[in-house]
Structure formats: structure tokens, C-alpha cells
Write a protein that binds this ligand. Structure first.
Ligand code: GMT
Length: 416
């Protein structure tokens, strides 16, 4: 199939998932065109330079394809014994949004319209059959605009979380979000909670199928090498990790409070990975609580598996979540996940079996249970083993990327 994927380029879950999906679909042999404001965060190892900017006919440079193929191979841990074919060169493209500056426009960018026009150009040029819009605003709207310019393609919209629970329900976006969901040919959500929440928020009855997110257990795995661990912490320290975009919905400041309670009782180290509006407040709080010396702050990491593989605990006390990639990745890598029981999290984490769930505001409960588990090795190992079993059996890329391509194929058949 010829597929276009629209996604946010920032280091957020929806863009990461869309990138992994694009790379996986290209492995299945499809022609995939990713469209965004700039190359998405995890594409080609976070390739910094803009690529394939002008939709021109000149082939992408060799070095770019070299990077993409290497990343796809690494991402899926292809070994000779696997029969999966290597991606055909040329099966994965990135297209930056076309842009035009004009003095009349106060806001020069108009990303919704530019995405629509870029997409329409691609549909026309590459005979795209299916467009998968990740995150409703603005991508599903852009896809509908592109199709309404008289082009023949199917639109499938994937809901991720705040596109419904925060942005979509806001009066600023309510009607456009509802319209985009209703007018898409097909809609998927990353968890059942989000599918149900979408229907009740917008009062709609259309089917929304659930395709959960996944994790590559070949890439996210425990790193038993003490030398690697020693780069981040003393041998006796428990390593707690929070990977986030540090928006208020993640309640990242709470992580520092929880950590301070723990660090008052046992040797511990907190690693904060990512960037966002509340990062500074986290650092300031760590200073005022006297734990700054035990904190390591790192920006967004394309290879976050390095940190996940040495973490003892992963903290996610969010106010709301869809189906967090960070939990899937922590579970695969052996970090015991301590999270709030919100959104779709309980569809992945069973309390006391493969992780720990709390009310978002129960920071002390989270701290107490981390302290308890850090002294109870058999329980820690049981939680880790159960978590790995969950993700390795139910949330594999092969199975779930296959569900996307099956959904695309069904749409194409229905529209033929
Ligand atoms: O940051 C993004 O790009 C999307 C982000 C969000 O704020 O909606 O993440 C959502 O989508 C992810 C991928 O499906 C999920 O892992 C997250 O749970 C979900 N986040 C929230 O709903 C807060």
C-alpha cells in the first residue's frame, strides 16, 4: 500500500508512535510517507537536518537512507535468523511541510493549511491510498481538507490522549475535533478508555477500534552491566526515572516530592529525562528540598533505552494518560512502573502484579511502596518478570503494526 502518516514532530508520544509505525510499515514492504513540521524525534535516530524539503524529484541522499535503514534494523533488532525482510530502499520518506511567507499574515505558519496542501500534493504525486492522521488537531482536519480538494484516498485518524481529553474538549477546538472524528473514514484509539471517553465527550456513536501502543523488547531491555549503571549512580543507590514532556498533565513536580521522601530514607538517585514547561520547577523544588545533588537532569533522548535499562523504578504520577509509551518501555526494560490509575493505564498495568497503581495525588503511597519494594528483592523480581511477560506477549510491534496495516487494507477494500 501507499501510505501517508501525519504526526507531530516534537518529542511526544504520538509522534514517536507514528514514527515507529512508519518504520514498521516500511519493513512490511509498504511505501510510507511521513509528513511533519520537521523530521520526527525518533526518526533516523533524531536526524537533525531537514530532509526532502521541496517534494522535488531529486532522490534523497545516500546518507539519509543509510541512516533510516540502520535505524529500522536497530529498532526491530533484526537478526539473521529472523525471516523478516530488510526494508526496500526508498520505502520510507519524510516530507517537511511546504511553507510560504507573506507579509499580510500575522501568523505566517498556518500549519493546518500547509499540512493539508503538502498532503494533497503527495496524494496526487505518489497516489497515496491511505492517510493515517496521528493526533486529531490539526492532522485529521488537514487530512480531510486535502481529501476534499477532490483527491481519492481513505482517512484513518488515531486518537492518542490529550487530543480528546484536553485539546478536543476545550471550547477552542470542540467542534473541529468532533467534525474531524466524525468525518474520518475510520478512527482508532490507543486504549479502550480513550475510545469510550471520545464517544461520551462528543456525543458520537461511530465505531472506534482500539489498537494499543507497543514496545520493541529487543531494544528496551535490562542492562545488567554494572559499568553502565556506575555512570549514573552509586552501586547502593536505587535509580528512579521520570521520562516526560514536563507538561502539567504529567505532574512532574510531584515526582521530585516523592523522590525527596524516598531519598530521606535510602540511598537513591533521580534521573529526569525530557524537556518541558515544568522542568525548571522540578529543579527548583529539588534545590529547596535539598535533593538536587542526587538528581540528574537530561534533555529529550532518542536512545532513552540506555536509561530505562538501568532504572529500578519508573515514576508516572500523571493526571491523565492514554496508553503511555513510557510505561511500555519501562516494563520491557525492567523498571518497576509506579503510576497513577488514570486513563488507559489500568488496561496495561495490573496493580501489584506487573506494576503499582495509585491515585495521582497519593505521592506518599507511591514513596512508601517504592521503599518497601526496594527492601524486598523477590517481590521486585516478580513485578519485573510479570511486566516483561505482559509486554513481550501482548504488546509486540509485529502484532500491533499488523493491526494497523489490516485496518488500512480493509479501508482500501471498502473504498474500491
Ligand atoms: O505528546 C504527544 O504527542 C501526545 C501525548 C499527549 O499529550 O496526548 O501523549 C499521548 O499519546 C501517547 C502515545 O499514544 C500516549 O503514550 C500518552 O499516554 C498520551 N498522553 C496523554 O494522554 C497525557
Amino acid at each position: 500500500m501507499r501510505i501517508a502518516i501525519l504526526c507531530h514532530s516534537s518529542a511526544g508520544g504520538s509522534g514517536i508512535l507514528a514514527t515507529e509505525l512508519a518504520m514498521g510499515l516500511s519493513l512490511e514492504g509498504h511505501d510510507v510517507h511521513v509528513i511533519g513540521e520537521r523530521p520526527p524525534f525518533r526518526m533516523a535516530g533524531g536526524a537533525p537536518e531537514p530532509i526532502y524539503r521541496d517534494l522535488g524529484d531529486s532522490p534523497p541522499t545516500q546518507s539519509f537512507w543509510g541512516q533510516v535503514v540502520a535505524t529500522v534494523r536497530k529498532s526491530f533488532a533484526i537478526r539473521p535468523r529472523l525471516s523478516k525482510p530488510a526494508p526496500r530502499p526508498g520505502s520510507l520518506h519524510f516530507h517537511e511541510l511546504l511553507a510560504f511567507e507573506y507579509p499580510l499574515f500575522e501568523q505566517s505558519s498556518f500549519p493546518t493549511l500547509r499540512a493539508a496542501n503538502t498532503l494533497a500534493t503527495l496524494i496526487d504525486k505518489y497516489k497515496i491510498e491511505v492517510v493515517n492522521a496521528h493526533y486529531v488537531i490539526p492532522h485529521a482536519t488537514s487530512a480531510l481538507l486535502a481529501r476534499d480538494s477532490g483527491l481519492d484516498c481513505r482517512i484513518i485518524t488515531t486518537l492518542h490522549g490529550t487530543d480528546v481529553t484536553r485539546v478536543g474538549r476545550d471550547p477552542a477546538f470542540f467542534f473541529t475535533t468532533k467534525h474531524a472524528i466524525n468525518a474520518s473514514d475510520s478512527v482508532t484509539a490507543v486504549c479502550q478508555y480513550l475510545a469510550d471517553e471520545t464517544r461520551s465527550t462528543f456525543g458520537i456513536s461511530r465505531p472506534i477500534s482500539v489498537i494499543p501502543n507497543w514496545v520493541d523488547c529487543g531494544r528496551f531491555k535490562r542492562n545488567p552491566d554494572p559499568k553502565v549503571r556506575a555512570q549514573y549512580a552509586q552501586p547502593e543507590e536505587q535509580i528512579l526515572v521520570h521520562v516526560s514532556n514536563f507538561r502539567p498533565v504529567k505532574r512532574s513536580v510531584e515526582v521530585v516530592k516523592i523522590f525527596a521522601e524516598i531519598a530521606a530514607k535510602i540511598p537513591a538517585r533521580l534521573i529526569l529525562v525530557g524537556e518541558g514547561p515544568e522542568k525548571k520547577a522540578c529543579i527548583d523544588l529539588a534545590i529547596s528540598l535539598g535533593v538536587f545533588g542526587r538528581l540528574l537532569s537530561i534533555g529529550p533522548m532518542a536512545n532513552v533505552e540506555m536509561i530505562m535499562g538501568i532504572a529500578d523504578f519508573l515514576l508516572l504520577p500523571s493526571e491523565m494518560e492514554g496508553f503511555p509509551l513510557v510505561l511500555l518501555e519501562g516494563m520491557a526494560a525492567g523498571a518497576i512502573c509506579v503510576a497513577s490509575n488514570v486513563g488507559g493505564i489500568a488496561e496495561l498495568v495490573s496493580n501489584n502484579e506487573n506494576g503499582l497503581l495509585f491515585r495521582p495525588e497519593d505521592g506518599s503511597g507511591m514513596a512508601d511502596s517504592i521503599l518497601g519494594i526496594s527492601r524486598d528483592k523477590p517481590r521486585a523480581e516478580a513485578l519485573r518478570a510479570n511486566a516483561l511477560r505482559t509486554v513481550a506477549t501482548q504488546y509486540t510491534p509485529e502484532r500491533l503494526i499488523g493491526q494497523y496495516s489490516t485496518a488500512y487494507a480493509a479501508l482500501c477494500r471498502a473504498g474500491a
